[in-house]
Ligand binder design. Sequence first.
Ligand code: HEM
Length: 417
Amino acid sequence: MVRLGPNLVLISDKDAIKEIIAADFPKNFNYIKFRTEDRFDTLFSTIDKSFHKKRRRILSPAFSIKYVSSLEPLMILCVKDLIYKVDECIEKKTFSDGAVLNIVNLVQSCVLDIIGETNFGGKFNSIETLSHPLPGKVYQELRRRAMKSLFPLFKSFMKYDQYLLDLSNELIKNRRQAEKSRVDILQAILDVVKTEESDQITDFEIFDQILEFLIAGTDTVGLTASMAITLLAKNPDKLKLLQQELDNALGNCNDELPKHDQLKALPYLNAVINETMRLWPVTLDGGIGRSPEKDTIINGYMIPARTNLVLNYYHLHHDSKYWGKNVEEFVPERWLDLNNSPKDIFYPFSAGSRNCIGQNFALMEMRLIIASLLFQFDVKDILAQELDIVCYITPSFNNLKYDLVFSKRSFKSINNC
Ligand code: HEM
């Protein structure tokens, strides 16, 4: 625990983190600065515990394991578009035996289409062109929010993008005109309007909520899945181990894309995802902020009321005391020994009442994308660029770019069996 200022304590001690999560303190005031506009409360940014409880209860059905499982066919449709797109690019042979493709744009486009298809009434067709404006707009919105929180005096000059507002208005209009109701994020947000607590909610506020889910639901999965594939391309021996596991589980030749049931218990695939989230947690920047309402003792220290506590999961995930000397290396194998599974030192989705509502959705999506791509294709980091990561609230590849060379695996094709 380090006191960085009169009102700011940085924490990466595992026992202190556990105590703070169990105490369920409200989020600190910094979250307000991350909103589209400061005056609107949202599920992610609210510091009001009773608002949070009500809002989370309304949104939870759209994230239950059962409901998320029912979304699998829609997710697979988007992953199929992704596979066809990569196939099409490889056929054009832009690089000796394959195609140079920006993994970040590929994955981010797929993830946006998935959230559109499963939660906003239809995919955004981002994969179709691979030059859709939406991935860039979401990235710029994150940057705007980070800048707004750093330079609050200039926030009136940093307006959200009209494109995002128009898109949201279109989604709201289409859903209000739709004959059939759906259980999804958009419907849950629209249903909030009908509850007593919020009969004043405007379309702008709905836009704010939609945008929050577009950001929280795509930037995070986009980073983690594209980072996992990049780390595997940088470590061909690990890529081979994953492909062997996929071949054993899925067979040598397969017309269909893998199903989540075939993937969810694959040890190496899950180890790759965990190891990526250990090295690159989405909370890399400021960590998780909490603030006790009254004076409290934490880990033997007296913490005055309203102190900003920042839980630094990144540091915890990179502490050699817990993870060993090879802590900075990409070693999925460390997750294979179940007896040695790390407790209280790994928080990719945080924990407690403010944990990630989308974690089941995210895990299913990441397994489907990573396994489908790497079952069908080899990836090589021939250009060996530096990992250039920027952090605007959550980490992203700079300019959403990292090029890998994709080639078809010799015996794999969705059509040619
Ligand atoms: C790899 C994927 C993901 C990771 C690693 C991740 C991680 C996290 C973390 C660490 C938090 C806590 C943040 C804090 O307390 O400051 C969080 C909260 C949240 N996440 Fe995720 N997330 C992911 C995907 C998603 C998806 C797919 C969605 C929605 C579709 C989503 C929606 C949210 C929301 C709404 C919250 C706020 C929940 C609340 O306060 O009740 N996330 N996420």
